[in-house]
Write a new protein. Structure first.
Length: 506
């Protein structure tokens, strides 16, 4: 029997002892008067009557000394120390206290006092077991050394933390704070958009056709209808149908799904905000992005200059603006505007870029831009006026040939938003869809499919509009100084474990 099994069996024995004492180790509702943070803020002035409180939480530290014992209870507001003394409680209550383990969830009632060391503490008068923990927690320990906090025995293995996020949240308070900030970021974005008068809507996740992005979809089957359905890769085409229907500003914050690889910037299930505003264009959307992200930064950080790694990000408007080909020339020394396929292939080879499926001008330009330009876009920057070949849903530029009215926002080398002056010419749109179909026939699985219903909606008359998509996960990464997308998704997709039985014991 290994150590884990021994510890679990010991806890099971304690559970049986509790039951033999008439104690239900998995209790029901518990009335709390205070959370930990509330108790720590109480006025404990001398001469005042000691406050009476009831609190509940998980035991995160525990030490017993014969006829007395201390523990720390943790709830979602923080930790509070509790104290049990044999001559101050009935025999059964103290016997229960002796059977407690780290990780147990309990409720206590008692008075609040300050110990000789100055720590605010609850002196237990009654105790209720709410959930007996059968698995030992990887408790994180801290100590102060040379005026610095040292953390040891840390639950730090990334794979284990992502797979068992519930344990990660319990023992790593900084992780919980990341997800509090994530919620605040999304709420701030929603308030901003609502304040502009835009309507939040919901569009289908299961779709008969997928579109709105270059991606391979997840496929499923509806048995009753006997038809193939796809998990959406983007919200775009449904939201634009609503603009045809007469709404003038709609947005959705939703999950999208793309059947692609996984790395620090990509998870197959991710969150997007998409916004479409009638009678506007990409210049309007650039100004909106600057203003909205500045507003979110003030809400979350109270400042527009925020720390990131060993540097900082300054969200102060206006952001730097560069055209797509201007950015390539700046970082490669090559003017690639208007070049043909063979010339672009040679340019890519000069930069050591050799990737599969680079059989179009757009694909080669995209590969060069990704490798040679993106890593240099550290402070907030808008890259504008993309080649038409890689922008099948954007309006052709009103003044320049070969490009469209599109921008992407980059921060710290990551794309965080994508926006167009939307294409509203149904004949032009059909031609671009047909060109995408030819790419699919040549083996490009991420090329778009022809959506006849969407084309039909356009033929009723689609007003000019600006469209915007923001990657929520990547935005949260930037605003919480997180290195990987898995750090900001509560339950990221993971590869199967090689030895799942062994990992179950951690």
């Amino acid at each position: 029997m290994d150590l884990f099994d021994e510890l679990r069996n010991t806890r099971l024995e304690k559970l049986k002892k509790m039951e033999s004492m008439g104690v239900n180790p998995y209790g029901c509702r518990f009335d709390r008067t205070h959370k930990a943070a509330d108790i720590l803020s109480l006025d404990l002035s001398e001469g005042e009557e000691k406050p009476r409180v009831s609190a509940a939480g998980r035991i995160m530290s525990l030490r017993r000394m014969g006829g007395a014992g201390f523990a720390h209870l943790q709830d979602d507001s923080g930790r509070i120390q509790i104290y049990s003394r044999k001559d101050q409680v009935d025999e059964k209550t103290f016997d229960i206290f002796k059977l407690l383990d780290l990780g147990d969830i309990i409720g206590v009632e008692g008075t609040v006092f300050t110990t000789r060391t100055g720590e605010i503490t609850i002196s237990i008068e009654s105790l209720t077991v709410l959930a007996k923990s059968l698995r030992p927690l990887p408790i994180v320990k801290e100590k102060i050394q040379d005026d610095e906090k040292i953390i040891y025995d840390q639950f730090a293995d990334k794979e284990s933390r992502y797979r068992k996020r519930y344990v990660d949240l319990l023992v790593n308070p900084d992780v919980m704070e990341v997800f509090r900030k994530r919620s605040k970021i999304v709420s701030s974005m929603r308030r901003y958009l609502e304040g502009k008068g835009y309507l939040e809507v919901e569009t289908p996740i299961l779709q008969p056709l997928y579109g709105g992005a270059f991606a391979r979809p997840f496929t499923t089957h509806h048995h009753r209808l006997d038809m193939t359905l796809y998990l959406r890769i983007a919200d775009e085409l449904y939201l634009k149908r609503l603009i045809v229907g007469g709404f003038e500003g709609v947005y959705e914050i939703s999950k999208d799904f793309r059947n692609e690889g996984m790395d620090r910037d990509h998870n197959p299930e991710f969150t997007m905000m998409e916004l479409y505003v009638a009678f506007e264009d990409y210049h309007f959307m650039m100004n909106l992005v600057e203003d909205m992200l500045a507003s979110i930064c003030r809400d979350v950080h109270g400042d527009l200059r925020i720390p990131y790694g060993n540097s900082h990000i300054d969200f102060t408007p206006p952001w730097k603006r560069l055209s797509y080909f201007e950015a390539i020339k700046k970082h490669t020394g090559m003017d690639l505007s208007g070049d043909d396929l063979n010339t672009l292939k040679k340019a890519a080879a000069e930069k050591g870029i050799q990737k599969e499926k680079m059989f179009t001008e757009g694909a080669i330009l995209d590969a060069i831009f990704s490798q040679c330009v993106e890593p240099h876009l550290l402070q907030p920057t808008f890259i504008m006026d993309y080649p038409v070949e890689i922008s099948p849903l954007a309006r052709k530029h009103r003044n320049l040939s070969g490009v469209v009215e599109r921008f992407e926002g980059y921060i710290m080398g990551r794309e965080i938003c994508n926006a167009f002056s939307e294409l509203n010419d149904p004949l032009d749109q059909r031609e671009r869809f047909e060109n995408q179909a030819k790419l699919r026939d040549r083996g490009d699985e991420e090329a778009m499919v022809i959506d006849e219903d969407y084309l039909g909606a356009m033929e009723y008359g689609m007003p000019p509009m600006g469209g915007l998509g923001i990657g929520i996960d990547r935005l949260v990464m930037l605003l919480t100084d997180s290195a990987s997308i898995r750090d900001v998704i509560l339950f990221p997709q993971m590869r199967p474990e090689i030895d799942s039985s062994a990992s179950e014991k951690h």
